[in-house]
Design a protein around this ligand. Structure first.
Ligand code: C2E
Ligand code: MG
Ligand code: MG
Ligand code: MG
Length: 274
């Protein structure tokens, strides 16, 4: 095959870079407009207990794009984080989640369900975050323990003292926190000891190979033991098969989430004013 000259290659590389920058700029402006136009949607996935009863749900955002269809969070949340749009998006998720909880509270079948909201590091540290949480839960009259937050281990990298105090204040207001995707990040056990979270979620990547791989099963077992020592609840994420469920159940996992019990579905709760 004929090789491209150095100059041609440089030109192609430059064009690709320009295309990427352009695509990204289009996405950012479309996202900004989409948020304004109300194109965000909140989906929810069930979390079940050891007897497979639904005890709560996790709120998962999607973007209903006018021409590109439903866009998953991994395709726009990172960009929202980089551009700061995450604050606005996060406020919308929080507002909508509290609307949903208020709607659930009105019915006996759903009044004890919890709803977990994913938070990015940037949201957590945004000015006034704590006050906004307090304001929205009081405006919707959310009972203690119903609203939860999920954070990843990345929060351990930033101002730990500040994160700890924030989580302590939230807990005092009846909002508990989970460490999401646990085991995939770099988490010092010493930091974990200091972090006021009430739950660990074993990452899906461990659950997916737990049946075939003894070493993965050993990791899951260790996470469960660690959780016991720290007095934390453990949730298994991404449970897709009965075998995975049985194994996690035998290890003592408290709650489960995954396609075996249902995937994310649009939330059936009308928008209500707070
Ligand atoms: P996550 O919080 O770890 O959420 C779990 C992800 O795993 C979801 O992907 C869910 O649909 C998927 N999942 C659940 N069960 C299974 C299963 O059995 N098998 C497989 N293969 N996948 C399963 P999703 O909805 O695409 O969300 C991806 C990530 O986007 C979330 O990971 C979370 O980090 C982030 N995210 C979602 N909503 C929000 C939000 O409102 N705010 C922020 N900051 N991040 C969000
Ligand atoms: Mg999560
Ligand atoms: Mg997760
Ligand atoms: Mg994740």
């Amino acid at each position: 095959a004929k090789r491209l000259s150095g100059q041609r290659r440089a030109q192609r590389f430059e064009q690709r870079m320009l295309d990427e920058v352009h695509d990204r700029m289009v996405l950012v402006s479309e996202l900004r407009a989409g948020v304004e136009r109300g194109e965000l949607r909140l989906y929810a996935q069930s979390i079940v207990d050891r007897k497979r009863r639904v005890i709560g749900k996790e709120a998962l955002i999607r973007w209903q794009h006018s021409t590109r269809g439903l866009i998953p969070p991994d395709e726009f949340i990172p960009i929202a984080e980089q551009t700061g749009l995450i604050t606005q998006i996060g406020d919308w998720v929080l507002e909508r989640a509290c609307q949903v909880l208020a709607h659930w509270a009105a019915s006996e079948a759903t009044d004890e369900l919890t709803l977990a909201v994913n938070l990015s590091e940037r949201q957590l540290h945004a000015d006034g975050f704590e006050d906004r949480v307090r304001e929205v839960i009081s405006r919707y009259g959310i009972a203690r323990g119903r609203l939860k937050f999920e954070l990843t281990e990345s929060v351990l990298h930033s101002d730990l003292a500040r994160t700890i105090s924030l989580l302590e204040h939230l807990r005092a207001d009846g909002v508990h926190a989970s460490l999401d995707d646990f085991g995939t990040g770099y988490s010092s056990l010493n930091y974990l000891r200091r972090l006021p979270v009430q739950q660990l979620k074993i990452d899906r990547s461990f659950v997916s190979s737990i049946v075939e791989d003894d070493r993965t099963a050993a990791i899951a077992e260790t996470i469960v033991r660690l959780a016991r020592i720290f007095g934390l609840q453990v949730v298994g994420e991404g449970v897709e098969t009965e075998e995975q469920f049985a194994l996690l159940h035998a290890l003592g996992v408290d709650a489960f989430q995954g396609y075996l019990f249902g995937g994310p579905e649009p939330i059936e709760a009308p928008a209500i004013a707070g």
